[in-house]
Design a protein around this ligand. Structure first.
Ligand code: UTP
Ligand code: MN
Length: 497
């Protein structure tokens, strides 16, 4: 049915007869409203293109009004088009996409509105009377922002992280997520916020976030954050969860039983540490210290050598924070796979066997694959993936690292312990795994949210499912996935959201 609750009634009356809809057509893209400019296009071509778009589920308005989202024109003379548009007395013109016909043809080809890219835009070249406004509105979705490792707003984002963390410790999800989103928006800015006025057009910044920012701008710190930082419960939970294998639940339990320090935990007769926690305490100094890029590279060589000693056609890909160009990480993440179907899991166990034989495995938590294609798509948002994987602690020698290990001052040891994660998807799942494990966590969350909310699609580390078409969308590269989602491609080093 050709329905659209957002359209004022009067507009139906004014629809000219020449573009009346033959039969009823289903609207697939509710939030996109096209208007085709007749100038230069001609009325017969305009009516042909209108029919075409409507047959593909697009809404095409016959009159130009403030509800239109996408204006499409074949007029290559930007200045005359803009003069005409500005004469229409539209309030919403600044928010409309004014597009060249190439956006329309691309969208018809794809059967859905493709993401607006710079090449599609018909820019208004005339000097504006009003002061320059930001070129493009910043999206509420991290997957539509480019975020490098350079953070110009660390004073604010560090504060937001403390607030998010304390809400997380108290299991209050809403504000926790809100502060993470706010931090993520600030991280994407190529400039530092110097006054509250500068945040006016930014998405995801609520009253609370702005109040914290105002305090920091005025006093150099937030009293709310300072209070949390000096809170005994916060400090203790933060300390306990810094141990490998200790989550918020365990930390809370220990805190409630009166423990405040590691020695409290280690001398308490009732505390039973599991193997992961024992290892966590044993190698605490090493694994709580950041891993450097040269150390990550050295581990890459070790994994690469082990994998290729087993099969020559195997692939090893660095993923996680180091793929995003970070200088330091809490671990190093790799994808290991083989084009030989069904052999990827065996490859992973063989790699672990080889590393063990070399005597460098200090800890290994191997999780067999529970991947079952028939169980897709997963409706569990942010669920763990089902591929074979292992969480390792490896022994890295000083001699293996270019420039040597990053050591604490006075440390004379010739090795350190490092956390390494390996995941082993079947080759046809490779692109989804690479995208999912590259992160950042916030970038992934927003990719999934965007897919769900804006595209009626479900994305996880295994697959992409189109709920409208009721089918899986295949991908061999990350670019394929961005294209399916109608998103501009974001390079790994721009995903530090
Ligand atoms: P990490 O926790 O390793 O984070 O997960 P990171 O971005 O590399 O940062 P640091 O430097 O190590 O702290 C990397 C990505 O892998 C995903 C996470 O969601 C994150 O986006 N991941 C991790 C999974 O999808 N599944 C897992 O089992 C583990
Ligand atoms: Mn990592």
């Amino acid at each position: 049915m050709f329905r659209s609750p957002a359209v004022p009634r009067v507009r139906k009356r004014s629809r000219p007869a020449e573009s009346a809809v033959p039969g009823r057509q289903e609207v697939k893209f509710e939030d996109v409203r096209l208007y085709l400019v007749e100038r230069k296009m001609g009325s017969s071509r305009r009516s042909f293109l209108t029919q075409l778009a409507r047959s593909k589920g697009f809404i095409v308005d016959d009159t130009l009004s403030d509800v239109v989202t996408h204006v499409v024109s074949e007029d290559s003379q930007a200045s005359s088009l803009w003069t005409w548009l500005k004469g229409r007395a539209l309030k919403n013109l600044p928010a409309m996409h004014v597009l060249d016909i190439s956006w329309f043809t691309d969208s018809m080809k794809e059967g859905r509105p493709v993401a607006v890219e710079t090449r599609h835009l018909i820019q208004d070249a005339l000097p504006k009377m009003t002061p320059p406004t930001p070129v493009a509105r910043i999206s509420q979705y991290a997957c539509q922002r480019r975020t490098t490792t350079e953070n110009n707003n660390k004073i604010f984002t560090d504060a937001f992280e403390v607030l998010a963390e304390t809400y997380e410790f108290n299991e209050i999800e809403g504000p926790c997520l809100a502060f993470r989103r706010a931090a993520s928006v600030l991280k994407s800015l190529p400039w530092a916020v110097r006054c509250l006025g500068a945040t006016e057009d930014l998405p995801c910044l609520g009253e609370h976030s702005k109040a914290v920012m105002e305090e920091i701008l005025q006093h150099g710190q937030s009293f709310e954050v300072e209070k949390i930082l000096s809170d005994e419960r916060y400090q203790t939970l933060k300390l306990f969860t810094s141990v490998f294998g200790v989550g918020p639940k365990t930390a809370e339990k220990w805190y409630r039983r009166g423990m405040r320090s590691f020695s409290d935990v280690l001398t308490e007769p009732d505390v039973r540490l599991n193997r992961m926690q024992q290892t966590g305490f044993l190698h605490y100094g090493d694994i709580s210290r950041a891993v450097s890029k040269p150390e990550a590279r050295a581990l890459g060589n070790i994994i690469d050598e082990a994998v290729h000693a087993i099969t020559s056609d195997a692939i090893v890909a660095l993923t996680g924070g180091f793929r995003r160009g970070k200088e330091f990480g809490h671990d190093v993440d790799f994808i290991v796979s083989t084009p030989q179907e069904g052999k990827e899991e065996g490859l992973l166990t063989a790699v672990i066997g080889r590393l063990k034989h070399q005597g460098i495995v200090l800890y290994c938590d191997y999780q067999a694959s529970t991947f079952d294609i028939s169980k897709l798509p997963s409706h569990r948002f942010e669920a763990m993936d089902h591929f074979a994987k292992c969480f390792l602690i490896l022994r890295l020698e000083d001699s293996q690292v270019e420039g040597g290990l990053s050591r604490a001052e006075g440390d004379r040891r010739s090795w350190r312990a490092v956390r390494v994660d390996l995941v082993s998807p079947p080759m046809d799942r490779y692109a989804f795994t690479l995208l999912g494990w590259t992160g950042s966590r916030q970038f992934e969350r927003d990719l999934r949210r965007y897919a769900r909310m804006e595209r009626r699609m479900l994305l996880d580390n295994h697959a992409l499912y189109d709920k409208t078409k009721k089918e899986f969308l295949a991908a061999t590269t990350e670019k394929d996935i961005f294209a399916h989602l109608g998103l501009e491609y974001i390079e790994p080093w721009q995903r530090n959201a």
